[in-house]
Ligand binder design. Structure first.
Ligand code: PSV
Ligand code: MN
Ligand code: MN
Length: 427
């Protein structure tokens, strides 16, 4: 489904008077700082967030699924959904594919569809956490870390195949989220499993073209509940360092035990030039797939502060961070939910840009904690919505994407077009 540009203009015109007043007020306030609105608006256009192909359905849990209707039926329709998110938000021009869920049968056609929606192919994702029909060996006891070399070979070959698809599509990176782990103490030789994983990753890395990056994700538990082979950032960092210069850690917000200081992990990885990818979501407990910024918005702000500071001059040579939303809400309309997440990311990014880092550094040097806090609050409490709205307005997006989505009854239209029980692999 494509949105008529005139409908977006009508929507924007309806909001224009109020928006102008609010934007002018904020623009004036920021004019004489080192972060004027014009600079933030310029930087915003470089903030593009990938949407994964698996986030476009209403998810579910192992206890049940409640389909929303109008879900994409194939890869083209997944791209159409992301195209719509991008058209409204101007922040979602990238799609992240998962193989075998998204095998591009006709590569030229898929590339043409991506062009039509203004989308590029972000990191590719492999899947060795499920067995596929007709597969020779099972991943029940692991894949890249498996005790049996034949299973490892199958998993390595799958990852290579995913890279090959990505090359055809113009992607430049590969994400490995390794589910491997164990479910009982003593079941696994932990150090051997890690060693085997390192060897498998080295082969996958060697298969990548020279301009590709490898992102290594970590997760402390699930689907295994005693140990995972790559449980934390330290293990991911070790593997990335051993694997090569273009191997990096990937931080997924939901992959930490409660209260982990994620902003500190981000700072440490950036200081070693090893932060490659970032998956947004929010959670109360662990990998809950809840709307970005809905539970811990201040944590997100602190993370963006570390990213803003660490990447300002980027003295450690981190690549441009590959941002992706990795969340699939199991009750909300997935498209509305992704628009809300994009909004939250945009707003938090702007707030982090408002921090007076020079004064903050000075206050830190003087150990003036209250002053540090005041500087953070000054940025965090600012209502920056007018800047994000102005960004979208200038780029041809909607001033209020979520309101627009509802006004236009997009979900109802999608249900009419695709049916009330539509789905595709990976959703
Ligand atoms: C599973 O936890 C997960 O959400 C990982 O975060 C991956 O990024 C994603 O699935 C796709 O494999
Ligand atoms: Mn993830
Ligand atoms: Mn996850």
């Amino acid at each position: 489904m494509k949105i008529d540009k005139n409908h977006i203009s009508d929507h924007n015109n309806g909001h224009l008077d109020k928006h102008r007043q609010e934007f002018e007020f904020l623009e004036k306030r920021l004019r004489d700082t080192d972060h004027p609105a014009s600079k933030i608006l310029d930087n915003l256009s470089k903030l593009q967030i990938a949407i994964p192909s698996w986030a476009l359905g209403s998810g579910g849990t192992r206890f049940g699924r409640f389909p929303i209707g109008g879900q994409p039926r194939n890869l083209e329709e997944k791209m159409a959904d992301i195209g719509l998110l991008h058209q409204l938000s101007q922040m979602a021009s990238r799609i992240s594919l998962h193989i075998p869920w998204d095998i591009p049968e006709d590569v030229e056609k898929i590339k043409a569809t991506a062009d039509e929606y203004g989308l590029a192919f972000d990191a590719m994702n492999s899947n060795t956490f499920q067995d596929q029909p007709g597969q020779a060996h099972s991943y029940k006891h692991g894949s890249l870390s498996h005790t049996d070399p034949a299973v490892r070979r199958q998993a390595i070959n799958h990852n290579k195949e995913v890279i090959d698809y990505g090359v055809q599509l113009g992607s430049k990176s590969m994400t490995v989220w390794l589910a491997d782990g164990s479910n009982h103490p003593g079941q696994s030789n932990l150090s051997k499993a890690l060693k085997r994983t390192g060897e498998s990753l080295a082969e996958i890395y060697a298969h990548m073209p020279a301009d590709w990056s490898l992102f290594i994700e970590y997760k402390p538990f699930e689907p295994y509940f005693y140990s995972t082979v790559i449980p934390d950032w330290g293990t991911s960092y070790l593997l990335a360092s051993d694997t090569g210069d273009r191997a990096y850690s990937l931080v997924d917000l939901g992959h930490h035990l409660p209260n982990t200081n994620i902003e500190q992990i981000v700072a440490t990885l950036i200081s070693r030039g090893k932060l490659g990818g970032f998956h947004f979501n929010d959670s109360k407990f662990a990998d809950d797939d809840i709307t970005v910024g809905s539970i811990k918005p201040y944590q997100l702000f602190l993370i963006f502060m570390e990213i803003t500071q660490g990447m300002a001059a980027n003295p450690h040579g981190n690549p441009d961070i590959a941002y992706m939303i990795d969340a699939s809400h199991n009750l909300k309309d997935p498209l509305a939910d992704l628009l809300e997440s994009l909004e939250s990311i945009g707003l938090t990014y702007i707030k982090a840009a408002l921090v007076d880092y020079e004064s903050l550094e000075q206050a830190r040097e003087e150990n003036d904690i209250s002053r540090c806090s005041a500087i953070l609050q000054d940025a965090y409490q600012t209502d920056v919505r007018p800047i994000l709205r102005e960004f979208r307005r200038r780029q041809g997006g909607a001033i209020d994407p979520v309101a627009f989505y509802r006004e236009q009854n997009v979900r109802e239209e999608l249900v009419k077009e695709r049916g009330s029980d539509s789905s595709a692999s990976g959703l």
